[in-house]
Design a protein around this ligand. Structure first.
Ligand SMILES: N[C@@H](CCC(=O)N[C@@H](CS)C(=O)NCC(=O)O)C(=O)O
Length: 224
């Protein structure tokens, strides 16, 4: 059996969520970089693996799993020494699933609608309705954080998923400390994990910097 392969790009939030999970499990993944900018994800071999052409994808000795949330659940279920990162207890598991869907359907979706036009379609705008939707998403997370972590008092894959998006967004739409004290305290808790910076922190800063730089560049082009 060889190491599972993760098709990934460190800029991508869902890829970083999987990287955080692997680090928390002490699992050594072979990483293969998929460069979205040069179209690696649209090449025939990649499309055969994932017709939806998204990253991340996991190849565990021929078992192909697309989608970060599915990959995280698979990795914990297969390689976890215990179920602390994704509980087997059905009520807690239902809450974790709800948080994973919140990340996918709210946090990531809203981030994508803000970032993609700037990164890929030459926009220099952050439309007010889109930034408002981010603020509303921040508020939803703030209200969700009734404990130290998204679900309960220890880190889980729901935290890894949500922090991958929030840490990428907060460099572009800052989190005001008066409005979102619980989110900021939660971010600090996750930053204290020994593997946080390598698995998520640096990539999140790279992504938000790329969005801001792209916005400036697009604005300069538009004013020529
Ligand atoms: N819900 C998916 C989202 C994956 C996703 O949209 N990834 C982006 C990069 S952050 C991507 O691959 N975009 C390329 C495309 O959609 O063609 C997950 O969590 O894996």
């Amino acid at each position: 059996m060889s190491r599972p392969i993760l098709y990934t790009l460190h800029l991508s939030p869902p890829c970083r969520a999987v990287e955080l999970t692997a680090k928390a499990l002490g699992l050594d993944l072979e990483q293969k970089v998929v460069n979205l900018l040069t179209g690696d994800h649209l090449k025939p071999d990649y499309l055969k693996m994932n017709p939806q052409h998204t990253i991340p994808v996991l190849d565990d000795n021929g078992t192909i799993i697309p989608e970060s949330h599915a990959i995280m659940i698979y990795l914990v279920s297969k390689y976890g020494k215990d179920d602390s990162l994704y509980s087997k207890e059905i009520v807690k598991q239902a809450k974790l699933n709800a948080a994973l869907h919140f990340e996918s359907g709210v946090l990531f979706a809203r981030m994508r609608f803000l970032f993609e036009p700037i990164l890929f379609r030459g926009s220099s705008e952050m439309p007010a309705d889109r930034t408002e939707y981010i603020e509303k998403a921040y508020q939803l997370l703030e209200d969700t954080l009734v404990d130290d972590y998204v679900v309960g008092s220890t880190p889980t894959i729901a935290d890894f998923s949500c922090i991958s998006t929030i840490s990428s967004l907060m460099g572009v739409i800052p989190l005001e400390s008066t409005k979102y004290p619980k989110i900021l305290a939660w971010v600090d808790r996750l930053k204290a994990l020994p593997y946080y910076e390598e698995a998520n922190g640096s990539g999140a800063i790279q992504l938000s910097s790329a969005v801001l730089a792209s916005k400036e560049k697009n604005a300069a082009k538009a004013s020529l």
